[in-house]
Design a binder for this molecule. Structure first.
Ligand SMILES: C[S@@+](CC[C@H](N)C(=O)[O-])C[C@H]1O[C@@H](n2cnc3c(N)ncnc32)[C@H](O)[C@@H]1O
Length: 384
């Protein structure tokens, strides 16, 4: 048995080879003890239930950051099995208790969670807000800040409400709950600064007259000091469009199913940079394809990921076969990285409002489906 910072491991079992012929059906890890499947320089992938991994392998108050995306409470299930949104809190409770136990007082719990639509009607489930309230009220977490991850590449869905009946807009934002066991998790926004906007650059160049804004905010002359970069908002614009990454090529070459619900590397990278230092311990209990582990490895943080399904772990191992860039300044993830001056455009809502309003609103709220001849307008590809 070996001991690493904050956790201990048994004998390494993997990496085992990829399946010999064809894609395998996803196999859950055998019940019982989790196995240490793969070991990298800074971290370990466990195959097994993260409740067992956290119970058996992780020292209390040793983790600096839990960065994770649990299975969402969906109505339509994905390959790896999602939890019914109505039973979500019950399912999450044991995880909440162990997360609280293993986190340091200065640590953070960052949860990326997507919303869900109610079955058969155009309304939203409240499950992810209920989760947040449960974590704070029942388990004593503090909401350090709520973030929103906007994926500019998200397709309009669900088609029935968005494209056919045209009574809802596309759902392109995930909630990210940044929680902490105390109100004082360690953090610095200096690690995640953004380029100044064109407007701000103009203001710095041409000067700014201190004034009281209509909102009551007193904008002093300090506002016009050039600090080199801007403090970013709690809205993260990251497209989720990976299509030719090292990971995907590895899965294809080895006949493995890529994980269907990966988050982009920039998401864990943001929180790992803002909330941890080199040598800290990061855990992803719903590891999937181990994006969190790969980012942590490259940023020289200690880490562990656990994942229930073996095929995903087999693909995850491929992430660590990728050669490191020789130039440390080189982007960590050239496959998904964007250049420093990339800015996404979100139109002001009034951009098209000068046009006529068109037909009056359907008084039944869209309850009656458009006739058989109706087609989905601005269907998936056309409205990105
Ligand atoms: C939304 S996915 C995470 C994807 C991951 N962030 C990525 O980018 O690849 C959630 C994962 O949690 C795994 N999972 C669900 N329950 C688990 C448990 N008790 N222990 C370990 N993994 C679990 C599922 O198999 C699934 O792969």
């Amino acid at each position: 048995m070996g001991t690493r910072t904050g956790y201990h491991t048994d004998t390494v079992v993997g990496p085992v080879g990829p399946p010999a012929n064809g894609r395998t059906k996803l196999r859950p890890a055998t019940a019982g003890a989790p196995v240490e499947y793969f070991r990298a320089k800074y971290g370990t992938i466990f195959l097994g239930d993260s409740l067992n991994v956290l119970d058996r392998h992780v020292t209390p108050a040793s983790v600096d950051l839990i960065m994770t995306s649990p299975p969402f409470g969906l109505v339509r299930k994905k390959d790896y099995g999602n939890v019914d949104s109505g039973k979500y809190l019950e399912w999450f409770r044991p995880f909440a208790a162990v997360f609280k136990r293993v986190l340091k007082d200065t640590g953070s719990l960052v949860i990326d969670i997507g919303g869900a639509w109610m079955a058969g009607q155009p309304t939203r489930s409240l499950y992810h807000y209920e989760l947040l309230i449960m974590l704070c009220r029942e388990f004593g977490f503090h909401l350090a800040q709520d973030f929103f991850w906007w994926s500019p590449s998200k397709l309009p869905a669900p088609a029935e409400w968005v494209n056919i009946r045209r009574i809802r807009v596309k759902d392109a934002v995930n909630c990210i709950w940044w929680l902490s066991p105390t109100p004082w998790p360690k953090a610095s926004n200096r690690r995640v600064l953004a380029p100044y906007s064109v407007a701000m650059k103009g203001l710095l160049k041409n000067g700014y007259k201190p004034m009281l804004r209509p909102s009551g905010h007193d904008i002093s002359e300090h506002f016009a000091i050039d600090n080199g970069a801007a403090i970013p908002p709690n809205l993260l614009a990251i497209p989720n469009t990976e299509s030719n990454s090292y990971y995907l090529r590895y899965c294809k070459e080895h006949n493995l199913s890529p994980h269907p619900a990966r988050f982009p590397a920039a998401l864990p990278e943001y929180f790992i940079r803002m909330l941890t230092d080199k040598g800290d311990l990061i855990m992803d209990p719903f590891g999937g394809s181990c994006v969190t582990g790969e980012v942590a490895e490259r940023l020289q943080r200690n880490w562990l990921c656990s994942e229930l399904l073996e095929d995903y772990v087999m693909g995850a191992v491929g992430r660590f076969a990728r050669p490191l860039p020789s130039n440390p300044q080189e982007s960590l993830f050239p496959d998904s990285a964007v250049s420093g001056d990339t800015a996404y455009k979100l139109y002001h809502p009034a951009a098209l409002w000068s046009k006529a309003e068109g037909d009056p609103l359907a008084p039944d709220g869209g309850r009656k489906r458009p006739g058989a001849g109706a087609r989905a307008e601005h269907g998936p590809r056309g409205d990105r």
